[in-house]
Write a protein that binds this ligand. Structure first.
Ligand code: SAM
Length: 232
């Protein structure tokens, strides 16, 4: 199977666009932020922080933030954006044992990362290790039906790496498409209890900003979001 895309290949182009892209600014982010508990005075891990949009949002609301990303260039952009306000680590969310101690965080946030991760079970176990008792995991990822073609053939239950043209990046992007149970079963096995599952609906602001995208999202959700609690 081909590897998911390494963000080093698109880092600068991605960072230049993503803060204001309607699918992110008006669809994914509001829904993800709505699932977050109060972050003031909390220790938060931004797992797959990219260029640090969420890190900045969290810092501005009084959280103590560590960001981790496996792309050197993305981690570099986050460091440039945040200076010494946050600790940014270059690393893999599935393997942070050498850099972060057990029970360090109240919240782990992972936005649009897990569809690039080979072994989500390993990542969830790592999040469980890093969270304090009753800590929360908030995640967003591509919706299992995000790619209608591959849902039809080879079929919904097949886990595979698919490739899609992202015109705005002028790049073919590869990522996993997985059925819902490929997330929920490993979450339970890692000791999480799912509190919320969210399939965001596009709103009027998105329709104004991106009428074509609105029509697409009205028919098929692009993202799936969850909040889970580390079981005491
Ligand atoms: C679509 S971007 C999202 C960035 C950020 N979370 C946001 O929402 O703005 C995906 C990010 O996940 C990172 N990533 C993918 N797999 C990773 C892994 N196994 N460990 C750490 N970061 C990873 C990529 O390098 C990239 O920066």
């Amino acid at each position: 199977m081909a590897e998911p895309t390494d963000y080093d290949t698109v880092a600068e182009r991605y960072a230049a666009e993503i803060d204001r892209r309607p699918w992110n600014a008006l669809y994914e982010r509001p829904a993800t932020l709505a699932l977050l508990p109060d972050v003031r005075d909390r220790d938060v891990l931004d797992a797959g922080c990219g260029h640090g949009w969420y890190c900045q949002w969290l810092l501005d609301r009084g959280a103590r933030v560590v960001g981790v990303d496996r792309s050197v260039r993305m981690a570099g952009l986050a460091t440039k954006r945040l200076g010494n306000r946050a600790r940014i680590i270059h690393g893999d969310v599935s393997d942070l044992g050498d850099v972060l101690a057990d029970a360090t965080f109240d919240i782990v946030l992972s936005s649009l990362v897990l569809h690039y991760v080979d072994d989500v079970g390993k990542a969830f176990c790592e999040f469980a290790r890093l969270l304090r008792p009753a800590g929360r995991l908030v995640l967003s990822t591509h919706h299992p039906t995000h790619d209608a073609k591959s849902v039809a053939e080879p079929g919904y239950m097949v886990e595979e790496v698919i490739e899609e043209r992202w015109g705005w990046l002028d790049q073919n992007m590869r990522y996993y498409r997985r059925p819902l149970s490929s997330l929920t079963e490993p979450l339970a096995a890692a000791g999480f209890v799912i509190e919320r599952i969210c399939e965001p609906k596009p709103d009027e602001a998105l329709r104004q900003a991106d009428p074509k995208g609105y029509e697409q999202l009205r028919r098929l959700p692009a993202f799936l979001l969850m909040r889970a609690r580390k079981d005491a």
